[in-house]
Design a protein around this ligand. Sequence first.
Ligand SMILES: NC(=O)c1ccc[n+]([C@@H]2O[C@H](COP(=O)([O-])OP(=O)(O)OC[C@H]3O[C@@H](n4cnc5c(N)ncnc54)[C@H](OP(=O)(O)O)[C@@H]3O)[C@@H](O)[C@H]2O)c1
Length: 310
Amino acid sequence: MNIIEVVRSARGVLGGLAQQIPVVGAAAQRDRIDLDGKVVFITGAARGIGAEIARQAYAKGAYVSLVGRTMAPLEELAAQLGSRAAAFNADVSDFEALEKAAAATIAQFGGIDVVVANAGIAPPPDTLLTIDPKEFERGIDIDLMGQWRTIRATLPAVVENHGHVVVVSSIYAFFNGALNSPYAASKAAIEQLTRALRVELAPHGATAGVAYPGFVKTDMADSTFAIDHVDEARKALPGFVTDPIPVEQIGSAIIGGIERRSAKVASPWWVLPMLQARGVVTTVMDEFMIHNAGLSKAILRAEATHRDPS
Ligand SMILES: NC(=O)c1ccc[n+]([C@@H]2O[C@H](COP(=O)([O-])OP(=O)(O)OC[C@H]3O[C@@H](n4cnc5c(N)ncnc54)[C@H](OP(=O)(O)O)[C@@H]3O)[C@@H](O)[C@H]2O)c1
């Protein structure tokens, strides 16, 4: 038995024990979700992971509500997909716009079964000493508050349909966030928020789960890795961690997690064992990063760009 099988069987035993505990109301409703005919509301659906989830959900027969701040690519994707797809305009910094997108989705498709809270940004890779405070706060506003607003705006519909919410966090929920702290703080916070949500939804017969992608080959990873000091920091870390996976891989992991109503979705292969052993992993990781000469150089180089922007 390899480590992944051990982790899976331990989770199976613990999950089975937990299911013996009596629960109130409709909490026992943990049936699988068949996406055929279901309505999936996705933020940040224009590109990257959001667009891939939309494509895969559509291929399984779902109605897809493509939500985002830039209409042209959303409309283009909706046209490529077909009549079960529609584009709706909402910036996740705007709660009312998200409420309107949810209402428009319900008006067009009859309800919302699944929410994929996915929209996110990569704030400038900088340190707490030198990051522009406005950039720090914008990171939190989109990557944490944007997820909260998405959840709140769609939750009444999800509860009504006993649906599922998947919140796209990241390995940064538990990775050290050096040079990436507003992002890491947001991803850790939305993990907490989603764990609470999963428990709060149980009496309603609905579910929620966290997705923990490693690095994924999208515009976000490409543009971040193109920055010199990030590339330097990346080279200081083990290659298997920083090699991006194809977007199709995380897309199918998240779709499978929705169908199983999973509490956790992790990809690539090494994320789940690290997640399960996070107490040890995070201690070792922090020490490794503190003593890593390449990373220290990258940090000082990031800070130096503020003294010499060229
Ligand atoms: N790529 C990775 O390595 C990786 C790893 C772990 C987790 N993630 C997470 O996965 C999610 C998707 O990332 P990605 O790699 O697919 O990024 P991406 O290719 O940059 O796409 C991000 C999407 O989010 C949208 N978006 C950004 N800010 C928004 C806002 N204020 N309101 C509405 N939509 C907004 C973008 O819209 P526009 O097209 O209008 O800009 C775009 O469609 C993010 O939450 C990210 O943190 C990514």
